[in-house]
Ligand binder design. Structure first.
Ligand SMILES: C[S@@+](CC[C@H](N)C(=O)[O-])C[C@H]1O[C@@H](n2cnc3c(N)ncnc32)[C@H](O)[C@@H]1O
Length: 216
């Protein structure tokens, strides 16, 4: 992906687009460079996210290198459109989607989604990378981490590899193991900046789990 001059990103359950801000931040820090970025965010909720999405579109108005578009619908209704339009995602992001999807949509709906997603990937973007980040809990405990490996198993037949990771959870005495543990759970951002937002009660360390599914 480092070689891509134009990056197509599909964010499923994009909400306030934290992933887009992360890409922007990495680009500004010259840690990850792309010349152009097309970002499609899909979310069930036009409100409250629509207002923020309009601000994001305004913010990028004078930057022809970054295009952000949004679609408000269930991802299961959007995948056929992505297939029809042959949107080739280089990167698919699901940031805290699966726990939410499982909680409100139920297992059947998530499994349908994963099958639809695998069909989309295999037929339209067989070299995409997928990044999933979510709370480090399985479905029976209010999370959706079981689905990380369900998706990987389905894609492993098409030559995908994976990397599983989790942070040490400083908020609890114990945490669940999932793949390798990062050497540090420090926030990437300067705590002085994070503290400016104390009224939102931000976490002081990382505690989530991730799977990165990719082709070599
Ligand atoms: C916990 S929020 C995470 C938002 C964002 N990714 C972030 O990390 O800040 C989960 C989002 O997934 C969306 N979502 C849940 N099920 C969905 C579905 N079936 N299709 C599209 N979006 C969905 C919700 O509306 C919500 O905005």
């Amino acid at each position: 992906m480092q070689d891509k001059s134009k990056l197509n990103v599909l964010s499923i359950g994009c909400g306030p687009c934290t992933d887009l801000f992360a890409l922007d931040c990495l680009s500004n820090a010259h840690e990850y460079n792309f010349d152009k970025l097309e970002y499609i965010g899909v979310d069930l909720l036009p409100q409250p996210w629509g207002r923020l999405h309009n601000e994001i579109k305004d913010y990028y108005t004078n930057n022809p290198e970054i295009k952000a578009g949004f679609c408000y619908d269930d991802i299961n209704n959007v995948i056929p459109i992505l297939i029809d339009k042959e949107f080739k995602a280089d990167l698919i992001i699901m940031n805290y989607l699966l726990s939410d999807f499982h909680k409100y949509g139920g297992q059947r709906s998530v499994l349908d989604f994963l099958n639809n997603l695998v069909y989309y990937i295999n037929n339209i973007c067989p070299d995409t990378a997928i990044v999933i980040n979510d709370i480090n809990l399985d479905c029976s405990r209010g999370g959706g981490r079981d689905y990380f490996d369900t998706l990987y198993r389905k894609l492993s037949h098409s030559g995908f590899r994976c990397c599983q990771l989790h942070f040490d959870n400083s908020n609890k005495e114990r945490h669940f193991e999932y793949g390798n543990e990062y050497p540090s759970n420090d926030l990437l951002f300067d705590p002085r900046i994070v503290n400016e937002y104390y009224s939102f009660d931000p976490y002081e360390s990382c505690a989530s789990a991730q799977i990165i599914i990719y082709k070599e």
